[in-house]
Design a protein around this ligand. Structure first.
Ligand code: PMP
Length: 395
């Protein structure tokens, strides 16, 4: 069949082959990007769904506005306020997961050949989505404090990108948290170079100790002229339920209007039933307890994984203990002649019945084959310890 030429730019995910092996019996997987289903507040969501149907079945089961179900937009506006962001319900649109917000940004902003700066490494689906629209992706390096703003500034000045895409808080896969100082630098650059900054923030609520610095969107409120250059994507996926498919985008009115138009042609609107359920859930006041629960459980797992990696792999691996999110991002050091290619290790690990994702596919440019991503989300502490011991053996 003759497919559209835009598909020529995109390979199916290199890690898909690996995922096929995850069904092997007895395997402990750190490969996925899923939250733990055992963490979903089923009772609260059931009650919310019932209330949505009892109170307004006509609204919850009918077609709805493309921008989103009004009661949910109000709840999301209130939710953002708890995170220091003042946004009118009309200043956000509800999207089918934040993934759709990324797609809408691609659709509205990227013409074939346009340059877009992303972090190296960054979210794989973003790389593929933006490439589908013909983006020429340029990769800005990341360290434990997030994207290196000095390097980012050089790249912006040189390439004059259409926009910059960042996951500043507990990035996938980097796990890194952009420091407050660098967040402020990003805002300065947005104004100085008149460049749109996309802040993808599905993990910001998932912190284990102290709260992270305010989002770039929140900080933009005190940097004159900067807010018009910020698009912010949020999601209920990682803290409440990815199956609900509730995300949102806050952006300048002009961009929001174009994105809404594109959404109309794509899915008309996000499931009204899911939106009404999410609205009821947020209104019920259960969210703070749910957040406290996921923070605690994932925090314990992250702790266990960090300790096990130290114990079992020692100086053969380097990493920064993540302060939130779902991922460890690590690098094989090759110390004492040990293996430094994560692709080879991934194969050996499968033979030892443990899985992770090699890091190379997460780079839009200059892949680092020594890197790997380990999720601590779905295995309990005991499984994490056993799995990392197996990884030690594989190495
Ligand atoms: N952005 C990032 C950085 C992610 O890791 C994910 C989920 N893996 C998404 C966006 C999309 O999430 P959702 O569509 O479920 O909101």
């Amino acid at each position: 069949m003759q497919f559209a030429s835009r598909l020529d730019n995109v390979e199916t995910s290199a890690i898909r082959e690996l995922f096929k092996l995850l069904g092997t019996p007895g395997i402990i997987s750190f490969a996925g990007g899923f939250p733990d289903s055992a963490m979903f507040d089923v009772k609260g969501l059931k009650e919310a769904a019932n209330r949505a149907l009892d109170q307004e079945a006509g609204g919850a089961l009918q077609y709805g506005a493309t921008e989103g179900y009004e009661p949910l937009r109000k709840q999301l506006s209130a939710f953002m306020k708890t995170k220091g962001v003042e946004v009118d319900p009309s200043g956000l649109i509800v999207t089918t997961g934040s993934q759709q917000a990324l797609d809408l940004l691609g659709k509205t902003m990227i013409s074939p050949g346009d340059k877009v700066i992303v972090e190296g490494p960054t979210f794989l689906a973003t790389i593929q989505c933006f490439r589908l629209y013909g983006a020429h992706l340029i990769s800005a390096p990341v360290d434990a404090n997030g994207v290196k703003t000095d390097e980012l500034e050089k790249l912006i000045a040189e390439h004059k990108p259409k926009f910059v895409y960042l996951i500043p808080t507990f990035g996938n896969p980097s796990g890194a948290m952009l420091s407050l100082e660098r967040r402020k630098k990003v805002l300065e650059m947005a104004v100085k170079y008149q460049t749109l900054i996309v802040e993808d923030d599905p993990y910001g609520d998932l912190y284990f100790g102290e709260a992270p610095p305010p989002s770039i969107l929140s900080l933009s409120q005190s940097v004159p002229g900067s807010r018009e250059f910020i698009a912010h994507c949020g999601s209920l996926s990682k803290v409440l339920s990815p199956g609900l498919r509730i995300g949102w985008m806050i952006a300048p009115a002009e961009l929001l209007a174009k994105a809404t138009m594109c959404k109309q042609f794509s899915d008309a609107h996000t499931s009204t039933f899911a939106q009404a359920t999410a609205a009821q859930y947020l209104q019920s006041g259960r969210m703070p307890a749910t957040l406290a629960h996921v923070r605690k459980v994932y925090g314990e797992r992250a702790q266990a994984m960090g300790a096990a990696l130290q114990r079992e792999l020692g100086d053969a691996i380097s990493f920064t203990q993540p302060a939130g999110g779902l991922f460890f991002w690590a690098r094989l050091t090759g110390a004492n002649g040990k293996l430094a290619d994560a692709n080879v290790l991934a194969q050996r690990a499968i033979a030892q019945l443990v899985a992770f994702v090699p890091g190379a596919p997460f780079f839009a440019e200059n892949p680092d084959v020594a890197t790997l991503r380990l999720s601590f989300a779905t295995a309990n502490v005991e499984k994490i310890e056993e799995g990392i011991a197996r990884l030690g053996k594989a190495l």
